[in-house]
Design a protein around this ligand. Structure first.
Ligand SMILES: Cc1cc2nc3c(=O)[nH]c(=O)nc-3n(C[C@H](O)[C@H](O)[C@H](O)COP(=O)(O)OP(=O)(O)OC[C@H]3O[C@@H](n4cnc5c(N)ncnc54)[C@H](O)[C@@H]3O)c2cc1C
Length: 398
């Protein structure tokens, strides 16, 4: 018979050590609230997984003001705008001039490295490479997490609350009984073909391009590595594409009378990113609180996924902190409604950017022309530009 699990008593048990889980752990520890993070992957695997790259001003403030690290400011790049490009013509939206804000280009895997280092520096309890994790007794005063650590030792965490920050494929949301949650979900009939390339930047800021051949995003990483995407079929197989074919496909989506030409280089990563929008309602069940991708996913067009995860964490942290400071459960009880307010605004923005910039096979000529009208409405209206700039740089954390 297996030995009984070792019991760990703590205030908050956190399932998932991505940006949401580690940031929550960091904030809680700073407030003197005991917590443990369990993460199924190892540090280096997460470090080497390339995902989001754009941080809202509020996300940057969370990293710098709470003493995670200032690397985002020294190694990240401040972007004061983006280009919307259609009919081969670029229209720059100047975020500083429109709303007085900026975003930062700083890859998610570096955010992870900074957060993991800060947890280590501050003596945080983060268990990587765990297996067999499960959550139980969620509707009781002592919700629990069971897991086996990297050395094969079994543990049972007894907490006051559990944060489900285990991403879109995690266990926490599925632990909410189906009759207690609504899964709001749509899939899009396209995906992004993404590449990482060893090349100099083709442009100083992100270019979101709508073209008759479909969407393309020209993004950056640093001086020598660039990130680019083009719209593709969700069933596309990256191994069917040669480097020349990829570059030609990207180039024809940004071609225009200005002769804009992409700077090419060797491609060292290729992936297909399916597009989905999902929201779990409510984001709470008993003493389980979902945050980040565990509670919702957005298509990447508006660069909201990572930022939304950190915004949830701020709302959840405020609620937990109030509980330990005053004994009041008011903010915990309001957590789901409060977090969902921003989530649905971000869902709307991501959906809007996605539908305005992508083409669909079932689009009539009317719909194609209407989209041109929509893009034109944005770039010729200060109010249209301001809405996009405000949403892209991020609403204030409330
Ligand atoms: C390929 C890709 C590209 C993306 N590009 C963009 C982009 O350009 N812009 C943007 O804004 N967003 C993008 N996103 C979304 C963004 O990466 C997410 O929104 C962000 O990672 C959310 O952070 P999180 O901490 O909530 O979840 P995650 O980063 O997914 O972290 C969850 C963690 O939980 C762990 N976990 C899962 N199950 C368990 C378990 N049972 N036990 C213990 N641990 C568990 C996982 O290993 C993971 O480390 C992209 C996502 C993907 C997949």
């Amino acid at each position: 018979m297996d030995a009984a699990p070792q019991i760990i008593k703590t205030n908050v048990g956190i399932v998932g050590g991505g940006p949401a889980g580690l940031m929550l752990s960091h904030l809680l520890s700073r407030a003197g609230i005991d917590n443990i993070v369990i993460e199924k992957r190892d540090h280096d695997t997460i470090h080497n997984t390339h995902r989001a790259g754009i941080l809202e001003a509020g996300s940057v403030k969370m990293l710098t003001d709470t003493g995670v690290d200032g690397r985002v400011l020294t190694e990240g790049h401040r972007h004061d705008g983006i280009d919307l490009r259609f009919n081969g013509v670029s229209h720059r939206l100047d975020f500083q001039e429109l709303v007085g804000e900026s975003v930062w280009l700083y890859p998610q895997n570096e955010v992870f490295v900074d957060l993991a280092a800060a947890r280590k520096r501050d003596g945080g309890d983060v268990r990587f490479s765990v297996t067999d994790s499960e959550v139980l007794d969620l509707e009781t005063d002592v919700p629990k997490i069971r897991f086996i650590d990297a050395d094969g030792q079994r543990f049972e965490v007894h907490a006051d609350s559990i944060a489900g920050t285990d991403g879109s494929q995690g266990i926490c949301k599925r632990a909410i009984p189906a009759e207690e949650r609504t899964d709001n979900f749509i899939a899009y009939p396209f995906a992004w073909f993404g590449i990482l390339t060893q090349a100099p930047p083709s442009a100083p800021e992100l270019i979101y391009a709508n073209s008759e051949h479909g969407f393309a995003l020209i993004s950056q990483r640093n001086e020598s590595v660039q990130r680019m995407y083009f719209q593709c079929d969700p069933t596309e197989d990256v191994s069917d594409w040669t480097e020349d074919q990829i570059w030609n496909e990207l180039q024809k989506r940004v071609d225009g009378p200005d002769g804009f030409t992409l700077k090419r280089g060797p491609i060292f990563e290729k992936m297909v990113l399916p597009f989905r929008s999902y929201v779990c309602e409510p984001m709470r069940y008993g003493n389980l609180f979902l945050a980040g991708d565990a509670g919702h996913t957005v298509p990447p067009t508006g660069a909201k996924g990572l930022n939304l995860a950190l915004a949830d964490v701020k709302v959840l942290f405020d609620a937990i902190e109030m509980f330990y400071a005053t004994g009041s459960r008011d903010l915990l009880d309001g957590y789901s409604d409060n977090a969902l307010e921003r989530v649905w605004k971000a869902q709307n923005f991501s959906y809007w950017m996605t539908s305005m910039l992508h083409s669909r096979n079932d689009h009539s000529s009317f719909e194609r022309k209407r989209i041109q009208g929509e893009l034109n409405s944005v770039v010729t209206s200060r109010y249209g530009q301001q809405y996009l700039a405000e949403a892209y740089t991020g609403w204030p954390h409330g």
